[in-house]
Design a protein around this ligand. Structure first.
Ligand code: ACO
Length: 341
């Protein structure tokens, strides 16, 4: 199926060239933390976690394994699929809420680890929507002919900001990274549209209060657990379903594509019930929804990037198929993208 004539950017918004995903890759740490393991840490059960979230296990990075290491491994796999060398990369964008450190940015560290040239490298932070935000930013440089090859990565070591004594959150998250190499390819439609949004009025639903300039690290901030991720689960759940549905619908509307034409929907992997509710409201079939949440939990900015890589490598999408990616996260932020593979 070719959808080039749907491309709203080519038609209405700009005169630039199209941007394709030339390769994807992902990496998750070796260590598996199962629900049974968590039963030994907090007052929870495999039954509660499975029925409330759909998560069975998650990956946890080793002590010396950094977000930039996970990002580097995912990037090298994406570069291999795309057939590009480090020398050919013109720009690196890393999306993460768990950078190695506040500065230097993780993209600079990845630049050095993959052996790229002294190319521009920067991070963006849009929590679980980060990869879609990064895709949108990256594609602008391709479309405008500024760069030929852009490396976009979503990478997280959420285990580093997880309160392992808080059963409300510690069962939900995991570590991992996913990457995509963006290029112009004349024979592919590529990114047909991207919808992004945010609502700062609901910033308090999901946050890590300390560690920034508002609350620098002190003995008290550490004692109060302010350096851990906090979440109002119920409110986040409601907002996630609503925002993901409206972003997905807007992306489809802009491309004049019916949900039935989408081969694979890749939703942010936060909660099976959120994914099912979004699928139902979009009138998608269960077969269209890609789910790997049971293996990795919520890996925030890495989530849809890892899922996209797995969907491609499992043969769930073929050349010319339409993919809908949709995510939601702290900020609040959300995003959706329609891609012709
Ligand atoms: N084990 C056992 N019981 C638990 C656990 C646990 N791990 N966690 C919470 N509970 C208890 C609660 O204490 C509560 O008990 P109470 O009624 O006695 O107070 C009870 O279970 C019910 O809790 P709820 O909050 O009502 O459970 P809910 O059905 O809402 O599920 C969950 C909670 C899984 C967190 C859900 O709300 C959710 O997935 N929210 C969205 C998360 C999300 O989408 N995040 C995306 C962004 S993440 C980012 O940007 C970094």
């Amino acid at each position: 199926m070719t959808t080039k004539h749907f491309n709203p950017r080519a038609k209405h918004h700009f005169a630039g060239r199209t941007c394709s995903i030339a390769g994807v890759g992902s990496y998750v740490p070796e260590r598996i933390l199962t629900n049974a393991d968590l039963e030994k840490l907090v007052d929870t059960s495999d039954e509660w976690i499975t029925t409330r979230t759909g998560i069975k296990e998650r990956r946890i990075a080793a002590a010396g394994e950094l977000t930039s290491d996970l990002a580097t491994k995912a990037a090298l796999r994406a570069m291999e699929m795309a057939g590009v060398t480090a020398e050919q990369i013109d720009l690196i964008i890393v999306a993460s809420i768990t950078p190695d450190m506040p500065f230097p940015n993780t993209a600079c560290l990845v630049q050095q680890k993959i052996g790229a040239r002294r190319i521009p490298s920067f991070d963006i932070e849009a929590a679980c929507s980060g990869f879609i935000y990064a895709l949108e930013v990256g594609q602008q440089f391709i479309q405008s002919h500024t760069y030929e090859t852009v490396l976009v990565i979503g990478a997280e070591k959420l285990s580093a900001i997880t309160n392992w004594k808080d059963r409300n959150t510690c069962v939900l998250f995991g570590d991992g990274a996913g990457a995509a190499v963006l290029r112009h390819r004349a024979a592919a439609g590529g990114l047909l549209t991207t919808v992004l949004g945010a609502d700062g009025a609901k910033a308090e639903l999901l946050s890590m209060p300390a560690g920034g300039s508002a609350c620098p690290a002190t003995a008290e901030s550490v004692a109060q657990g302010l350096h851990f991720l906090r979440m109002d689960g119920k409110e986040t759940f409601k907002n996630a379903v609503q925002a993901m549905c409206s972003a997905a619908k807007e992306a489809l509307r802009r491309c004049q594509i019916d949900i039935k034409q989408i081969k694979c929907i890749i939703p942010h992997q936060a909660n099976r019930r959120i994914i099912d509710a979004v699928g139902e409201r979009l009138e998608a079939t269960p077969e269209q929804l890609f789910v790997n949440l049971h293996k990795y939990g919520n890996t925030s900015a890495a989530s849809v990037a890892i899922a996209l890589d797995e969907a491609v490598r499992e043969g769930r999408v073929q050349h010319g198929d339409l993919i809908l990616i949709v995510a939601f996260g702290a900020g609040l932020t959300w995003g959706a993208a329609v891609i012709e593979w």
